[in-house]
Design a protein around this ligand. Sequence first.
Ligand SMILES: *[C@@H]1O[C@H](CO)[C@@H](O)[C@H](O)[C@H]1NC(C)=O
Ligand SMILES: *[C@@H]1O[C@H](CO)[C@@H](O)[C@H](O)[C@H]1NC(C)=O
Ligand SMILES: *[C@@H]1O[C@H](CO)[C@@H](O)[C@H](O)[C@H]1NC(C)=O
Ligand SMILES: *[C@@H]1O[C@H](CO)[C@@H](O)[C@H](O)[C@H]1NC(C)=O
Ligand SMILES: *[C@@H]1O[C@H](CO)[C@@H](O)[C@H](O)[C@H]1NC(C)=O
Length: 246
Amino acid sequence: MKPHTRNLSLPSGLTVLLLAVTLCPSFSSDVLSTTSAPTPPEPPSIPETGSYNVTNNGTACLLASMGLQLNITYTSRSQGKAVQVIINLQPNMTNATGSCEPDTATIKLINENTNLTFLFHSNSSTNKYYLGGLSLSIALPDMTQPLVVSNTSLDYLQGTLGYSYMCHQELILPVGEKFSLNTFHLRVQPFNVSGQEFGAAEECQLDKDDMLIPIAVGAALAGLVLVVLLAYLIGRKRSHAGYQTI
Ligand SMILES: *[C@@H]1O[C@H](CO)[C@@H](O)[C@H](O)[C@H]1NC(C)=O
Ligand SMILES: *[C@@H]1O[C@H](CO)[C@@H](O)[C@H](O)[C@H]1NC(C)=O
Ligand SMILES: *[C@@H]1O[C@H](CO)[C@@H](O)[C@H](O)[C@H]1NC(C)=O
Ligand SMILES: *[C@@H]1O[C@H](CO)[C@@H](O)[C@H](O)[C@H]1NC(C)=O
Ligand SMILES: *[C@@H]1O[C@H](CO)[C@@H](O)[C@H](O)[C@H]1NC(C)=O
């Protein structure tokens, strides 16, 4: 199963609103200022990017830099029913520990009420690594009981040993029915870290797709400039030739 991805255009509601406000000035005063209109839920903010490393005898052996967002479903004590919430991990309140072995590497992020563990595997015969497991244990005051979700048959963030895996776009990593992890501005290197620094990056397909748009626009603009320049040069040559015949 591939990580899901989200359409990254403007939220459609916002687009419609902007359109409506532009097309019909009275709409803004009708809708935007009436307090009776139900306010749509705020889109969750993008989590702050944290830098989380695992060290072995003082040397970094796993590097990770990412913004993390938990999407969880639990039974609410106050509402007496299942609720779905989005929680951004705060890097300054989160500690990282872990371990580095030749074939597996783990990083455990811990804060007041959350334990989130990443389990990476390496495969020397294919020269690849991947995120094979994610476990979450979270205990919020409003939960009737702590939520514990674990899945060790994942196959996410596949990279080549010696390289880091990079994805600036949001990745949605489903873990179980009640938990999926959203990552932002992610860069990880679980194996073969040398010199305390990330190795060359392998970029996710989403980022590559995103690059195609500016490249296409750039190429189109360059083409246009070329056409105008050619037209100008040809025109100049013609008028030059014209002068000489007079
Ligand atoms: C959270 O998960 C639910 C269902 O699993 C999904 O419908 C929703 O879009 C997700 N929200 C975010 C912000 O990822
Ligand atoms: C390594 O990859 C090969 C080829 O995909 C596979 O057959 C093998 O089981 C893998 N080994 C481990 C330890 O995952
Ligand atoms: C997180 O792990 C620590 C130590 O392993 C444990 O004491 C704590 O209860 C765990 N927290 C949650 C929410 O499971
Ligand atoms: C673990 O994740 C895989 C891939 O997303 C999914 O097919 C499988 O159902 C999950 N297992 C559990 C126990 O949720
Ligand atoms: C983790 O390692 C990176 C790269 O060496 C470094 O820039 C960053 O400051 C380190 N972060 C922590 C929390 O040690």
